[in-house]
Structure formats: structure tokens, C-alpha cells
Design a binder for this molecule. Structure first.
Ligand code: AMP
Length: 191
């Protein structure tokens, strides 16, 4: 099994790049943001709860996202591996993910971290907001809060995975295909 975390701040291109990795390595995509947006559009109680956090650019509580990930993994036992996109976002989520993967006998191979300059993140998110209609991509103060939350709560995961020897920094600036090539080269070295 090939289990990878695709990491980076909001707007780093995780969703776009996940597509390349999925088609190259035939992996299952697990994006907590996508799962949550799906719950919101179906107006489930989980979705209604999560919306309050997402609309402010805050993180949904750990217990909620960990439970979601566990259920999705358990419902796809035939998967050749997973790309975790937007998860983990806190150290507690990372610890929970490690436990889940160890239980499956397939620990994480690596954490690929897309590095992008802050102004470029803001430009990309505002541009995406025009197309996606995502309200959290359309308001500059929400975008700035998401980046702040990333710096405070999510960036410490770089240390967490470096300590395990699993952190790979990838230049996330430039054109989409070049970034995909860099990612694929990094994954090939892990296999
Ligand atoms: P994303 O699509 O990954 O940018 O996520 C959109 C929003 O969903 C985030 O700003 C958070 O409010 C929420 N979210 C997504 N993934 C997580 C996670 N792993 N932990 C907590 N909140 C999350």
C-alpha cells in the first residue's frame, strides 16, 4: 500500500496535484475539505456543524475529521493506498492517522509538502473563489485567517514528520505540470 500525505497551506495546489498522483499511482483520494463540503451541500447535521467553522476559516474539531477519515478508510478496504489531502491539519490528527495506518499494516510512506509564497497563495485563492463559488475563497479576511490557522496549528506538522524522516519539501511555484513532475519524482524515490 502506498499512503501519502499531500501537505501545504490553503491555495498550495493540493487538490490539483492530487489528481496527477491519483492517475499515476491509482490511489484513493481522501480530501477532508471535499468530504465536508459534500456534507454541507446535503445539509446533514455534520455538514451544518462544520459550516460554522469553515465559514470563519477555522478548523473543524479533530474528533469530527478523524472519525470521517476512519469511516472512509474502512469503507474502501480494497484501496491500493490513499492520498490524504488537507488531512492531517493538527498534531492530534497526525497521531490518529499514524495509529490508523499502523493498524492497517501500511504506515505512511511520506509527507509531500508544497511550498508556495504567501502572496501567491492569496492570489490563487481569490482567483479560485471566482470560479469555485466557495465563500471561504472569496473573502480576504477569511483567507488570511486560514493562512494564520495553517501557520499556528498545521505548520508544526513539518517538524512532526521530519522527526519521522518522512518530510519531503516540494517547490509548489510555477506551472502545474512542472510541479506534478517534481512530486512524481519524489514519490518514485519512496517506492
Ligand atoms: P480545504 O478544502 O482543505 O481547503 O478545507 C476547507 C475547510 O474545511 C478548512 O478551512 C477547514 O475549515 C475545514 N477542514 C478541512 N480539512 C480539515 C481538517 N483536516 N481539520 C479541520 N478542518 C478541516
Amino acid at each position: 500500500m502506498l499512503n501519502l500525505v499531500l501537505f501545504g497551506p490553503p491555495g498550495a495546489g493540493k487538490g490539483t496535484q492530487a489528481e496527477f498522483l491519483i492517475s499515476t499511482y491509482h490511489l484513493n483520494h481522501l480530501s477532508t475539505g471535499e468530504i465536508l463540503r459534500n456534507e454541507i451541500s446535503r445539509q446533514t447535521s455534520l455538514g451544518n456543524q462544520a459550516k460554522k467553522y469553515i465559514d470563519k476559516g477555522e478548523l473543524v474539531p479533530d474528533s469530527v475529521v478523524i472519525c470521517m477519515i476512519r469511516q472512509k478508510m474502512e469503507s474502501t478496504p480494497e484501496a491500493k493506498g490513499f492520498i490524504f489531502d488537507g488531512f492531517p491539519r493538527t498534531v492530534d490528527q497526525a497521531v490518529a492517522l499514524d495509529k490508523l495506518l499502523i493498524k492497517q499494516g501500511a504506515p505512511l510512506k511520506g509527507m509531500l509538502s508544497l511550498e508556495v509564497e504567501e502572496q501567491e497563495l492569496i492570489d490563487r485563492l481569490l482567483k479560485r473563489g471566482l470560479i469555485s463559488g466557495r465563500s471561504d475563497d472569496q473573502d480576504l479576511s477569511i483567507i488570511k485567517n486560514r493562512i494564520e490557522v495553517y501557520n499556528q496549528k498545521t505548520a508544526p506538522l513539518i517538524r512532526y514528520y521530519s522527526d519521522q524522516g518522512k518530510y519531503y519539501s516540494i517547490n509548489g511555484m510555477g506551472n502545474i505540470e512542472d510541479i506534478a513532475d517534481r512530486l512524481i519524482k519524489a514519490v518514485d524515490t519512496l517506492q
